[in-house]
Ligand binder design. Structure first.
Ligand SMILES: NC(=O)c1ccc[n+]([C@@H]2O[C@H](COP(=O)([O-])OP(=O)(O)OC[C@H]3O[C@@H](n4cnc5c(N)ncnc54)[C@H](OP(=O)(O)O)[C@@H]3O)[C@@H](O)[C@H]2O)c1
Length: 292
């Protein structure tokens, strides 16, 4: 008789996002009563269907939360200068509290350069170099949304992080690098021993197999397989690639037979990322309303 391994506990993102957004809703109500309507502005360049779909999701969510969501749609042949002008107009608009430049941009545009134009206090993605620098220095700053969502998810499911060994596969600016900084900070829901592995560490599996918590942040479909997971360990799938609208996660589904807890293939880290975008926006709106 073969005994199949017991399946891992699933860690869906939706309940985490709901808890975060319940607090955002309450804070938005208080701000509106005081005359400030929180506002998240989006900029889309070109006609990428998937990007337009993500903007619609954010706008629907904004409406449900009582936020305004002004949208700027620029043509695909927009120049870098025109994009920067559009960002500056939103920076200068006192009724806008957060500015999000939807990526990917058309190939002729530089997303990093555009990010630097966003006013740091309206950078609700937490990706402006000033804010990443503040994060590294341990100063208050909007936290990049996906890393913040992962910390919230671990906290929501009472998965201890303090003193545990977290291994992050990937050192990208969006996810792996800021997450490694965040989870190593001296805070109640962090305080971990963090190892970051990447293509410079050919035998990265030797590290991930020793992880209490493994976070996949590579963007390479199926790169994390059961042999990379410590039996009973926690696996968080952050990295994804899209084939059209089809989502291809870093974590192979078979890892659920080895891990003790794992994010689902769909609906894990994604919903928490969106929730953190609105949390950063309400933080920015409150700070601006208070004249900070
Ligand atoms: N779920 C969400 O809501 C959400 C939100 C944001 C981002 N993401 C996803 O997160 C992923 C990471 O994004 P990012 O911008 O932070 O990273 P990135 O800049 O795309 O970098 C990927 C990282 O993975 C490493 N890597 C790639 N292939 C590898 C391999 N075969 N072996 C070992 N390491 C490898 C790279 O190593 P080197 O540095 O050595 O090249 C790099 O550090 C992407 O898939 C992105 O789509 C998801």
């Amino acid at each position: 008789m073969t005994i199949s391994p017991s399946p891992a506990r699933l860690l869906p993102g939706a309940p985490v996002a709901e808890a975060v957004l319940a607090s955002v809703t309450a804070r938005a109500r208080v701000l509106r009563e005081r005359g400030t309507v929180p506002s998240l502005a989006t900029i889309l360049v070109g006609d990428d269907d998937a990007s337009a779909g993500y903007i619609r999701i954010k706008q629907r969510r904004a409406a449900a939360l009582g936020f305004r969501s002004p949208h700027v749609h620029l043509p695909a042949d927009t120049t870098q200068q025109q994009l920067h002008d559009a960002i500056r107009a939103l920076n200068d608009d006192p009724d806008v509290h957060g500015v999000l430049v939807q990526h990917p941009l058309p190939a002729h545009l530089d997303h990093g350069a555009a990010l630097e134009i966003v006013a740091p206090d309206k950078d609700v993605d937490g990706m402006h170099p000033v804010n990443l620098g503040r994060l590294a220095a341990g100063l208050p700053a909007p936290t990049p949304c996906t890393p913040a969502g992962i910390e919230a998810l671990l906290d929501h499911y009472d998965i201890p992080v303090r003193g545990r060994h977290v291994v992050v596969l990937g050192r990208g600016a969006t996810l792996g690098r800021p997450l490694s900084i965040l989870l190593s900070q001296k805070r109640e829901t962090a305080d971990a021993a963090v190892t970051v592995v990447h293509t410079g560490v050919p035998d990265w599996g030797a590290h991930t197999r020793a992880a209490d918590i493994l976070v996949a942040a590579a963007g390479v479909p199926g790169i994390v397989r059961p042999e990379h997971v410590r039996p009973g360990g926690v696996v968080i799938g952050g990295g994804v690639r899209y084939d059209g609208r089809r989502l291809l996660p870093d974590v192979d589904e078979s890892c659920a037979g080895t891990a003790g807890a794992i994010t689902p293939r769909v609906g894990g880290v994604g919903p928490t990322t969106v929730a953190m975008l609105f949390r950063n926006t309400i933080d920015a709106a409150e700070a601006m309303a208070a004249g900070a």
